[in-house]
Design a protein around this ligand. Structure first.
Ligand SMILES: [Zn+2]
Length: 327
């Protein structure tokens, strides 16, 4: 039967050429997360192994800060993956380009956004990316655009669900996003959990040659980045999406949206995960633990005081909108 299925695939591919790229691919399961068909197989394989690795962590009593920020009493592998699965349900490939082809408002569906404040946007002078996806300002897009888009190795990860929810709330439109191999998802909350994964998450150039893609250091980098991104699915009103602040002059990431003005946002979550992974990793050498700890420190260097100079505090992490409870 193999030859038959190959043949039908070729026929389907020929019929669809230049028409609907990836339309026939299937969603790829990653635990309870669904990755759209366009996410490269190698990335899915690595992430599957990363999740298996999370399940091998030793269970150790977490610090008070970890317990408070992640609202988790025991950092068991089951609790960690549960935390992630509450906030991430879909993975999108790097070559996904938001356009009128894949993002549309639901005209006939009634949806009320809460009458809460909007988060403050701190944008750099020449902003290339925005934490908001404006549905009134999307490019038309052509079907072949997505297929041709080449990953540039810049995107590490991005929480598109939260950007779309914010864009929808600002325009008072419920938005739907069409994921290849998955279908159309209404973005009724940032907790719908739609994350874009990029080449940057798997990029060799950040490391020496001796650090293989499946080394604990790189697993820790991918997993703490995942937890960072998942935090963008939280918050409400002003804290919605835990949007980043501009890093100040003199900072390594000066004038980029790569800092936090709170003590429980994405960079703190990432740092806490690095510190936890360095402690509980079963297959890490002492040098690897040290490197993972340093990654945590780097994240902590991005926590800023408030604009008036007073110390940063914790933001309200309760999520906004309607989302399905955990199964
Ligand atoms: Zn972030």
């Amino acid at each position: 039967m193999k030859s038959f299925s190959y043949l039908s695939l070729i026929v389907l591919a020929a019929l669809s050429a230049g028409n609907q790229a990836h339309a026939f691919g299937r969603a790829q399961p990653l635990g309870t997360i669904q990755a759209e068909s366009a996410v490269p197989k190698e990335q899915i394989e690595l992430l599957r192994k990363d999740f298996d690795w999370l399940a091998t962590l030793k269970t150790e009593t977490p610090t008070d800060e970890f317990r408070q920020v992640l609202e988790m009493n025991d950092a068991t592998p089951a609790n960690l993956s549960g935390w992630l699965n509450d906030r991430v349900s879909y993975l999108i490939a790097e070559n996904f380009k938001p356009s009128l082809l894949n993002i549309r408002p639901y005209i006939f569906k009634k949806f009320e956004y809460p009458a809460s404040d909007l988060p403050e946007l701190e944008l750099p002078p020449e902003a290339k990316t925005s934490p908001v996806l404006d549905p009134n300002n999307l490019p038309e897009g052509k079907p072949e655009d997505e297929a041709k888009a080449e990953p540039k190795g810049k995107v590490v990860m991005a929480n598109l669900g939260s950007a779309l929810y914010l864009g929808g709330k600002m325009s008072k439109l419920l938005l739907g996003i069409k994921l290849r191999g998955v279908g159309r998802i209404p973005v009724t909350s940032p907790r719908v959990g739609i994350i874009q994964v990029g080449e940057g998450l798997f990029y060799d150039g950040f490391y020496g040659e001796s650090v293989a893609k499946d080394s604990p250091i790189r697993k820790a980098f991918r997993m703490s980045t995942f937890f960072h991104e998942a935090r963008h699915s939280d918050g409400n009103g002003k804290s919605m999406g835990f949007l980043h602040a501009l890093c100040p002059p003199g900072h390594d990431y000066e004038n980029m949206n790569a800092c936090d003005r709170n003590t429980n946002g994405p960079y703190t979550v990432g740092a806490l995960m690095d510190e936890h992974l360095a402690k509980t990793c079963a297959d890490c050498s002492e040098a690897e633990r040290e490197t993972i700890r340093l990654m945590g420190l780097e994240s902590r260097s991005r926590i800023l005081p408030e604009k008036d100079g007073s110390p940063a505090t914790a933001w309200d992490a309760a999520p906004e909108g309607n989302f399905p409870p955990r199964q």
